[in-house]
Design a binder for this molecule. Structure first.
Ligand code: TXA
Ligand code: MG
Length: 346
């Protein structure tokens, strides 16, 4: 059962105050729950070698026990100790991308409790590229199991207040180091298959991976024409989703879009709009009734701002979030994946 906890918030500078890091490390070693920043999103950490501590992550998040969590380590040597097989591809990728936003799925060592891997014989490992996360890993001297620090199925947190919105009173400590720069979760790559399979597109792109290890299989649900995928969202699990309904619109269907939006406004729905500079969506309504967030046209900057924008519109209480669908292409794959999931009604 869920036990209420008093959540302490500590602001951490870069480089961090060693006293705050020591406090967080001690808490983790005692089985506590500590939310901390990574370069992607905030993570909800527990001692990966402590089955009870890991179980409390699932309780705090309301996460189904069949969804495994990623284990964070300080360096590739520590990752290697947690797997029974370290293939050449793992060595090449670790060398190139760690610390960084790439999670490698490898055969798990018996030291990893089943709660971490949801009973799978594999474990997801990554070295985060964030000074606070690395300082914590080094001070705690344990691997840290950490999913994103949000309630299950909700949007990942990129600032401390997002973490508190979902988890205040459910975790012991939150290290607040400001916004996480990447803004989307790591790429998850399964190295136990041939060719390796992308399970979740993320900040490290398919092209970047292929440049290092050759062919990798694209994520199963990612269709190159994202418009196509967005038109059949029913096949996809709702995840990374705001409370508001998300509608992704393309320039090609500008006329249709206009009438969709007019209908929403006529029924007094509150609308948020993630607008791109070249948007062909037109509102012939009072613009003050629409909560507009201007999104950058560059993939990295867009990724970095997407969750904060969705959180903001959700917080503002809009009924619908209209999104100008960004361009397709390798650099935009993760953004399309998250928008598709956010728009899914499952
Ligand atoms: O950027 C990130 O990856 C963030 C930060 C905190 O590191 N973490 C994160 O964790 O997004 P989470 O739990 O929200 O997502 C982990 C993803 C899930 O899709 C999970 O199913 C997959 O990784 N995963 C973890 N371990 C796995 C395993 N052994 N086999 C297959 N998939 C795994
Ligand atoms: Mg998550």
């Amino acid at each position: 059962m869920f036990n209420p906890r008093k959540t302490i918030v500590r602001h951490v500078a870069n480089p961090p105050d060693p006293g705050v890091i020591a406090e967080a490390a001690a808490l983790l070693r005692r089985g506590g729950l500590v939310a901390f920043p990574t370069e992607t999103v905030y993570g909800l950490g527990a001692n990966a070698l402590d089955e009870t501590a890991v179980a409390s992550i699932f309780t705090a998040k309301g996460r189904p026990p069949n969804n495994p969590v990623i284990v964070h380590v300080a360096d590739a040597a520590s990752a290697r100790q947690l797997t029974t097989h370290w293939p050449d591809r793992a060595a090449l990728l670790a060398e190139k991308f760690w610390p960084g936003s790439l999670t490698l799925i490898l055969p798990k060592s018996p030291a990893i409790p089943n709660a971490v891997t949801a009973g799978n014989q594999t474990v997801g490992l990554r070295v985060p590229a964030h000074q606070i996360a690395l300082a914590l890993l080094r001070a705690a001297e344990i691997p840290i199991a950490a999913p994103s620090a949000n309630r299950s199925t909700q949007i990942s947190p990129t600032i401390a207040s997002h973490v508190l919105r979902g988890l205040d009173g459910r975790i012991d400590l939150l290290l607040d180091a400001g916004p996480t720069p990447g803004g989307l979760e790591s790429t998850v790559l399964d190295l136990t298959t041939n060719p390796p399979q992308i399970l979740r597109p993320g900040l490290v792109t398919v092209d970047q991976l292929q440049a290092v290890i050759g062919k990798v299989a694209a994520p199963e649900h990612t269709i190159s024409s994202a418009t196509e995928a967005l038109r059949s969202p029913g096949q996809l699990a709702r995840h990374y989703a705001p409370t508001a309904k998300v509608l992704c619109l393309t320039n090609e269907s500008a006329a249709e879009n206009k009438s969709t939006i007019r209908n929403l406004l006529n029924t007094k729905k509150r609308i948020g709009w993630l607008r791109l500079p070249d948007s062909a969506i037109e509102f012939d309504a009072d613009p003050t009734t629409i909560n507009i967030i201007d999104m950058p046209p560059d993939a990295a900057a867009y990724s970095s701002h997407l969750y904060a924008a969705l959180h903001e519109l959700d917080h503002a209480g809009v009924d619908y979030i209209v999104v100008d669908l960004p361009p397709t292409g390798d650099a935009w794959l993760a953004v399309h994946d998250r928008l598709r999931r956010a728009a899914s009604s499952d």
